[in-house]
Write a protein that binds this ligand. Sequence first.
Ligand SMILES: Cc1cc2nc3c(=O)[nH]c(=O)nc-3n(C[C@H](O)[C@H](O)[C@H](O)COP(=O)(O)OP(=O)(O)OC[C@H]3O[C@@H](n4cnc5c(N)ncnc54)[C@H](O)[C@@H]3O)c2cc1C
Length: 432
Amino acid sequence: MKTDIVIVGSGCSGLYCAYNLPRDKEILIITKDIVEHSDSYLAQGGMCMLTDEEDYDSYFYDTMRAGHFENDTAAVETMIKSSPDIVTDLVEFGADFHREEDGSLSYTREGAHSRNRIIFHEDVTGKEITSHIYERVKQLPNVTIKEHWTMVDILCEDNVCYGVVVKKDDGTLDTITANYTVLASGGIGGIYRYSTNYRHLTGDAIALALKHGIELKNTNYVQIHPTTFYTENETDRSFLISESVRGEGAVLLDKKMKRFTDELQPRDVVTGEIRKQMKKDGTDFVWLSMKPIDREQLESHFPNIVKHCREYGYNVPDDCIPVVPAQHYFMGGIKVNLESKTSMDQLYAVGETACNGVHGKNRLASNSLLESLVFAKRAAIQMGEQYNTTKQKEFENIDITKYQDGDALAKEYKKLVLDEIDRLNNEAQQAV
Ligand SMILES: Cc1cc2nc3c(=O)[nH]c(=O)nc-3n(C[C@H](O)[C@H](O)[C@H](O)COP(=O)(O)OP(=O)(O)OC[C@H]3O[C@@H](n4cnc5c(N)ncnc54)[C@H](O)[C@@H]3O)c2cc1C
């Protein structure tokens, strides 16, 4: 198959990239599951934005502090300054963010933010944003979306990317050649037993980058979310209890129902405190009390979290719920510049798969939807501008039967990624 631009992944970054590409280019989006099954649809808390110029320094500092000052400052500046433009687009698409009585946007707060600057739609902000982008993309005649089509490799030669090898929904293998390839395939949670991510997000693009010598950055920077709902049953995906619940006042309690930490510290710090407490108490979880949150506000702001807890027999806010840390977000990824260009020609990476350094060592809550959108748009604009410099190449004689055994391939790719994370963690430990 041939197309002009192939995008791997249909989360908010892949879809928004497609939306911003030139309309005269043929775009093919392939996605491993259905469109609605991406982490973008799971984002609960909200999306950060620059609320007014006066907040710039404070927003910048909060992002840097959460990232242990390892962030790329140009990327942080670009993300923050681009946020009003992104929000304008989303509102124009029809995304319905919570508003004050005077019609202005409401802002909530999460851990490590010194000010309220997060826009939200109940506790399903990611779905609200992504479904509206999806609606727009569906209307574009130049964009085709193929569900249950999985990238199993990229086509490349002499450090130029010419497309991907794909396993289609009917199990057959094929090549898709393109002038540009965009990796928008999300995070790596699927390779961990406990993660808030969809299970099919297994870092395939990261494995392929390792296989083909595409530069990576901070591959061992993996964020653990401090508060996911604990169940004794090993459920497939850990249900997230959004940080905004703590931002709105919920508190963490030990086994004697005593508060043991400041809940609004950066995620890695809160995770460390919870793990310490679990060890001390000899428990598999700590408690979270939502009692400090106004009842009406709890029901209206967090209806899905409330519903989930009640379905599992915890009548919040009267009952405390058990919570435990789980893998949540990947700060590292395929190294890209501010235009999301990778070290391989004709190859871009956007969203959680990419690492432009904006999050440093640890992501500030609600910065990832924004980052995904800002840098996906920048990638699209640059691809549009530079399209005439690209070329296609046929890969007719490639042996695609080696991709037939999907399970073996998944195992191989998982090992590649986990080994690299271990290697870097060992290196970091030795350096201390
Ligand atoms: C529970 C939860 C809550 C969150 N809450 C927030 C929040 O409140 N605010 C915030 O800013 N961020 C939040 N995040 C993070 C944020 O949702 C993600 O970082 C962001 O949506 C990533 O978007 P993406 O487009 O990069 O990837 P995703 O939305 O994860 O999409 C990845 C896509 O790639 C496809 N794919 C993967 N591998 C392949 C392959 N081999 N072939 C073809 N397709 C493939 C998948 O099918 C999917 O379509 C949350 C994340 C989770 C899990």
